[in-house]
Ligand binder design. Sequence first.
Ligand code: FNR
Length: 367
Amino acid sequence: MTTLFTPVKVGPYTLSHRVALAPLTRMRSEAGDVPGNLMAEYYAQRASEGGLLIAEATPVSVRGNGYLGAPGIYADTQIAGWKRVANAVHAKGARIFLQLYHSGRQSHSDLQPGGAAPLAPSAIAFDGRAHTKDGWQSATPPRAMTLEDIEIAIDEFRAAAVRAQTAGFDGVEIHGANGYLVDQFLQDGSNRRTDAYGGSRENRARFLLDVTAAAASVFGGERVGVRIAPGGTFGGMADSDPAATFAHAARELNGFGLAWLHVIEPRVAGGQEVAEGAHAVAARALRAHFHGPIVAAGGFTPETAAAIVEAGDADLVAFGRHFIANPDLPHRIRHGLALNAYDRSTFYGGDHRGYTDYPAVPETVAS
Ligand code: FNR
């Protein structure tokens, strides 16, 4: 038994192990961007007694969607669907946080109300794709947000947190990673503003801190996590001094008494390995600045996950792709069992195939 299977406290919750489900966009919602029974089954399969699940990136606004088929939390009609998910997970004795996100420039006008341009800190186009009714299409060049747009977006995060609370989530995670709106403000490659939300790293961190405060005003800081990707390149991200930018953000986040800081190692970009930054350093570097629990993610194996926790550089490890393919991943890791291989072709969208049909280890083999 490794330290992955010792209790850990996040916010007010004591978890019995440290193998968490990373937030994973799977684009399996029903009409109206509402989670249905299929999603409830998927999350329940991955819930284990005393475990932690972080549910997929969920737009806080209709303007914040970059992936058709992603479930939302921007309308009251979406609450009942999420309740089904939260109840199914709680019935298995696990905790579940909802990841709140806004796609910003990683969107397309077809996904926007009235066919408008997506919003971003600055009018700098994203050289990537969004998922629309016509499939994957190049993102539409964004419009720079006014101060009023920013106020509205912060309020959308607050309202989404209220809905998440009504749905029964144990907390929320702010998606500050992977080149979505919060990250677009944070890193200077996508933020050329000259007002209070741009320029210095203090100003670029303001939007992250404002949306974190909005969520904390609903749940209390101890039921809010924040996810960041220092040095991450997914979403066309770049920063002139990532070490300083993210150290500053981590230090400022201390003020909220957060459930966790979730750090994606720069060896992955989105859901793929990248050549640069092959070493797990981001979590270790931020340990010096952030005083609460750290969740590490990105390219971990059962062995490297145990090692980073044993080294004291992280408190939990979130798994993405292995958890997609292994609904009983904590059980398999605990008992040193083989892992199913994942099928990338069914990651995004589709039906139950590649979603709820990965087999768990039969009980008889497990004991
Ligand atoms: C992701 N990732 C991701 N990250 C995030 O913060 N919110 C999300 O909704 C998603 N969606 C998503 C979908 C899919 C299909 C993949 C593969 C990845 C990134 C994910 O949480 C994780 O950081 C990476 O997958 C790296 O971890 P693994 O897969 O190496 O354990």
